[in-house]
Ligand binder design. Structure first.
Ligand SMILES: *[C@@H]1O[C@H](CO)[C@@H](O)[C@H](O)[C@H]1NC(C)=O
Ligand SMILES: *[C@@H]1O[C@H](CO)[C@@H](O)[C@H](O)[C@H]1NC(C)=O
Ligand SMILES: *[C@@H]1O[C@H](CO)[C@@H](O)[C@H](O)[C@H]1NC(C)=O
Ligand SMILES: *[C@@H]1O[C@H](CO)[C@@H](O)[C@H](O)[C@H]1NC(C)=O
Ligand SMILES: *[C@@H]1O[C@H](CO)[C@@H](O)[C@H](O)[C@H]1NC(C)=O
Length: 436
């Protein structure tokens, strides 16, 4: 009797630890079943043949039927195993505008048949929650973003549907933002067979597809092994913690950042109307100390920095789940950085992705030749230095100082230094490599 209790106690303690360590089960089982094909999600019948899980799945009768605590634990563990993501990875590429996120998103969009990729689905949420003031209530938006992302990573479009305008009819919509940017949404399997001519705001370009049937999209999503979403709208990484705690998900965050001075220079060109004030200041050479636009810039920088600080500090809940990538490093070493990102996510880096990178960058010359491509690319990356007046760069440095410092962007102290090509403003910096 005594030994029986000791054994069950040891088991219960072990189970408690296992439950707390999200994903240990799936990781251990990954290791124990290396022959499992990547397409096969871990299902309970598979795990029954697994020596480790098989043992845990015993109904405990060998410990005696009078051990309710053990049985409860066992049931919860089974529950957990059944809902576990297995090899499936859920990637969130988090960025802000003008940081190259569409480009980096392509690294995942091009992965191939195993990937369900969505481009900026939160656009609908931000649009529908925008207040008369032009902003959104950060708390409300953060909760909506979290719920919609959680749904989408599980292939559930319902939370998103309520934000699409006009609302989908029978789960069919012509208005999903930039549908054509997700190759998963323009695949044969997601195309309605009979195409009636209707106006589609966002339609597939690669083939003739009817309006998007979200039920079909969801079914296609469920067939894919991995899922990735890119977004420029999440403000604080911490608000997505519930996704990490969802045992059905195995989330990996990639935060993409860029020199805030370059971002401002780029936005002044891309979002002409929104940045009128800045353009005026560029002409005047004067920037008010206390201004809404400056405060907004500071707010953006602070959000990015705070998210990165959370990620880089490697809290337990983010273990092996966070990677920081600088735009400047991707621009200079696209292939190397893409390979690192894939290594981090635990997804195979496919020839399709490599081809795409080769076709769309100068990566083939990376680290070779007399004419260093790196030098050339560095020049491209630092072009912004000639399009922003020193005065504005100075303002960014003043309000975004800690952000620049954290990411390794060198400060300039004069117009001459800003435009001195021989001085790179990018410090070589290696961020924590949190690969599992
Ligand atoms: C588990 O319980 C069932 C029914 O209670 C029994 O038939 C089975 O043999 C048990 N399995 C083990 C491995 O003890
Ligand atoms: C198993 O999961 C279901 C649904 O999530 C839940 O209602 C139930 O309480 C869980 N069972 C145990 C033993 O945790
Ligand atoms: C945002 O919304 C929440 C709940 O809806 C409310 O309590 C809060 O006061 C709002 N914040 C602002 C700044 O309006
Ligand atoms: C959308 O697709 C689902 C699943 O294929 C199908 O049952 C449904 O009828 C389609 N909806 C419309 C409006 O065509
Ligand atoms: C850098 O690369 C660009 C694009 O390939 C090319 O047009 C440019 O001449 C190169 N500059 C130098 C200095 O080699």
């Amino acid at each position: 009797m005594r030994t029986k209790y000791t054994i069950s106690l040891v088991f219960i303690v072990a189970l408690v630890i296992i439950e707390k360590e999200n994903n240990i089960i799936s990781r251990v089982s990954d290791k124990l079943t290396p022959k499992q094909t990547p397409q096969t999600p871990l299902d309970p019948s598979n795990s029954a043949s697994d020596p480790f899980l098989g043992q845990l799945k015993l109904n405990g009768s060998f410990l005696g039927p009078l051990d309710p605590a053990f049985n409860l634990m066992k049931r919860r563990l089974e529950n957990y195993t059944e809902n576990s993501p297995g090899n499936r990875k859920h990637i969130l590429l988090l960025a802000t505008t003008r940081t190259g996120s569409s480009f980096v998103g392509e690294f995942f969009n091009q992965q191939g048949d195993n990937m369900f990729y969505l481009f900026e689905p939160l656009w609908h949420i931000e649009k529908s929650l925008t207040l008369a003031t032009g902003g959104t209530n950060a708390t409300t938006a953060a909760r909506a973003y979290q719920e919609v992302l959680q749904g989408l990573l599980l292939c559930d479009f319902t939370p998103l549907e309520s934000f699409i305008d006009p609302p989908p009819v029978d789960h069919v919509t012509t208005a999903l933002f930039r549908r054509e940017s997700s190759s998963s949404l323009c695949e044969e399997s997601v195309c309605s067979p009979f195409v009636k001519k209707v106006f589609e705001r966002y339609r597939c370009r690669t083939r003739r597809c009817g309006p998007l049937n979200l039920t079909m999209a969801s079914e296609s999503c469920l067939q894919k092994e991995h899922r990735a979403i890119k977004s420029v709208r999440v403000r604080q990484l911490e608000t997505l913690r519930p996704l990490v705690e969802d045992p059905r998900l195995d989330v990996k965050f990639i935060q993409l950042v860029r020199d805030p001075r370059a971002v401002l220079a780029s936005r002044m060109v891309a979002f002409h109307a929104k940045y009128k004030t800045w353009k005026q200041w560029a002409v005047d050479g004067e920037v008010p100390i206390d201004d809404d636009e400056v405060r907004k810039l500071k707010g953006n920088c602070d959000n990015i920095r705070m998210s990165a600080e959370v990620g880089l500090s490697q809290p337990a809940w983010l273990r092996h789940r966070y990677m920081l990538v600088r735009y400047e490093d991707i621009a200079r070493f696209p292939m190397r950085k893409a390979a690192e990102m894939y290594k981090f996510t635990g997804i195979p880096f496919t020839p399709q992705v490599k081809d795409w990178i080769l076709r769309n960058t100068q990566a083939s010359n990376e680290a070779s030749g007399v004419y260093s491509t790196q030098k050339n690319s560095s020049e491209q990356v630092e072009k912004w230095r000639f399009s922003i007046p020193y005065k504005l760069a100075e303002v960014v440095q003043r309000v975004c100082g800690p952000t620049l410092k954290l990411f390794g962007y060198r400060f300039v102290n004069s117009e001459a230094m800003l435009t001195d090509k021989s001085i790179s403003l990018i410090e070589e910096k290696i961020f924590v490599q949190d690969f599992s």
